[in-house]
Design a protein around this ligand. Structure first.
Ligand code: PLP
Length: 475
């Protein structure tokens, strides 16, 4: 028989989809009859094609079944999944920023799987306010009178500017969207991901008035820029970069005094912001929410998932009347938090009532204050294991390295850290780094000067890390 005739014969012998399905009861139970039969069809077609192209295959029900199960598993892999962050950037925006503590995860599960009193006042039996679940807590921690929360800090800034009422409150009936906001030239920052202060202001409809010189704005520059059309003063904290050398900046309290004298509001975007003093932990000082409120800022905005260590959200805190007006903005409805985020945020905030256990319990603080000796011991345990998994193609050693905080928080602070450095003998670093990223729980490091560096600062599940390496060795 010629080849084509053999192939035609083989194709005729392919088991029917139904005969394969009869052997796949478990898969059908898990994924449903229509899905499994679709996949069996695809896999049978694939085999048929292979045979037509000359592949010499033994065709059996088992072969189609095995191919179908593999296909189904691949298809049902989650796209969004946990990874092991060994990049050395603790708050990595691309890797989801702050890791949540167990109490917060439990709270998410509780409210996600059942109806909740999200917007329902249980004492009155009437509609409630979703902010009520966290407002008291944040007021307690910041000294603010009132609080509202939205999707992220970018939304908080947008909402604050878009808030017509804030401007109306203190002056004429004009809209804030047509009014001026003086900002120091040194504060017109881009913090990444297309969030740039000038464009956000443009987008929210107010008119930016640049004042001062980049390195040295003065109070008189602000005073000189205030006119009939000024809506409010903005202090935009610069995360992401620092101006050093011949510099000066105007303090919040001086700005607050000026704003009050001229009957204007002072709004401060704190960026990361913080609910505790990081200087007390031996790190650089980051503006705390409580300081800004005490300095007389009318409205502050900051992120929930940066140094505060919570879920992604933006916090707006300040005077009650102003916050109430912001809440009434139709945009608030579009930017509101969902129940899972609120539940997680409340648990994280509660921890702040006990600053002593906070450091151990809040993952972000645990990572940032992790002792070098701890990471050194971990490196000693891991170097031989990693070396064994990678065989002789790579050389593994432990070294001193530097982690950064990330997400624009404390931008010039670096933390001495311990890294595993993996240098090539005859292996390829790029391929190794790709293989680590392809693991079921991907391991993400960084390549520096031809070496793959795995920063240990954020490695707390050592067993999982080693299990993944075993899979790599097996591959
Ligand atoms: C991070 C940051 C933002 C944006 O906050 P998100 O929570 O990422 O939306 C805005 N302004 C500054 C100064 C920041 O550092």
């Amino acid at each position: 028989m010629n080849r084509i005739a053999t192939a035609n014969n083989l194709k005729r012998c392919l088991p029917s989809v139904n005969s394969v399905l009869q052997e796949m009861a478990d898969a059908i139970h898990l994924r449903g009859h229509s899905e499994v039969s679709k996949v069996v069809g695809i896999c049978s077609d694939g085999l048929r094609q292979d045979i037509t192209q000359g592949a010499n295959l033994e065709i059996s029900i088992n072969r189609i079944k095995a191919a179908s199960i593999e296909h189904l598993e691949e298809k049902n892999q989650p796209s969004l999944k946990p990874v092991i962050n060994l990049t050395g950037t603790v708050l990595h925006t691309n890797l989801g920023r702050a890791v949540l503590l167990q109490e917060a995860l439990d709270a998410v599960a509780r409210v996600a799987g059942a109806p909740s009193n999200l917007e329902f006042d249980l004492t009155q039996g009437a509609r409630g306010e979703r902010d009520s679940h966290i407002e008291g807590l944040i007021c307690e921690l910041t000294g603010a009178e009132a609080v509202t929360v939205v999707n992220n800090n970018a939304a908080a800034v947008l909402l604050t500017f878009n808030n017509n009422a804030a401007a109306v409150l203190l002056s004429l009936n004009t809209l804030a969207s047509q009014r001026e906001v003086p900002v120091s030239r040194g504060e017109l920052v881009e913090i990444g991901g297309s969030f740039r202060i000038p464009e956000v202001m443009l987008g929210s409809g107010c008119q930016l008035v640049e004042i001062g010189a980049t390195n040295r704005p003065h109070l008189k520059d602000y005073a000189g820029a205030i006119g009939d059309n000024t809506a409010l003063l903005l202090k935009a904290h610069i995360s992401a970069y620092r101006i050093e050398g011949f510099t000066e900046s105007v303090s919040e309290s001086d700005l607050a005094e000026l704003a009050q004298k001229r009957q204007l509001l002072l709004v401060a975007n704190l960026g990361s912001g913080s609910l505790i003093d990081f200087a007390a932990l031996g790190l650089l000082h980051e503006a705390t929410a409580a300081e800004s409120i005490a300095n007389g800022v009318d409205i502050i905005t900051f992120s929930g998932d940066k140094l505060s260590g919570g879920p992604q959200c933006g916090i707006i805190a300040g005077g009650k009347e102003l916050v109430d007006q912001i809440r009434k903005n139709p945009l608030k409805r579009a930017l509101r938090l969902d129940r899972m985020t609120l539940a997680a945020l409340a648990e994280v905030l509660k921890l702040y009532r006990d600053p002593v256990s906070l450091i151990n319990k809040l993952p972000i603080l645990h990572y940032l204050t992790r002792p070098l000796a701890d990471m050194q011991q971990q490196a000693q345990r891991l170097v031989p294991e990693v070396q064994a998994a990678l065989s002789k193609t790579f050389q593994v050693a432990s070294k001193t390295g530097y982690s950064q905080i990330g997400s624009g928080a404390l931008p010039i602070e670096t933390l001495e850290s311990i890294v595993l450095s993996i240098a090539p003998n005859d292996g390829a670093i790029r391929e190794l780094s790709e293989a680590l990223r392809a693991l079921p729980c991907p391991i993400i490091g960084r390549i520096h000067k031809g070496e793959l560096l795995l920063d240990l600062r954020c490695l707390d599940d050592e067993d999982n890390f080693l299990q993944q390496l075993q899979l790599l060795a097996g591959a």
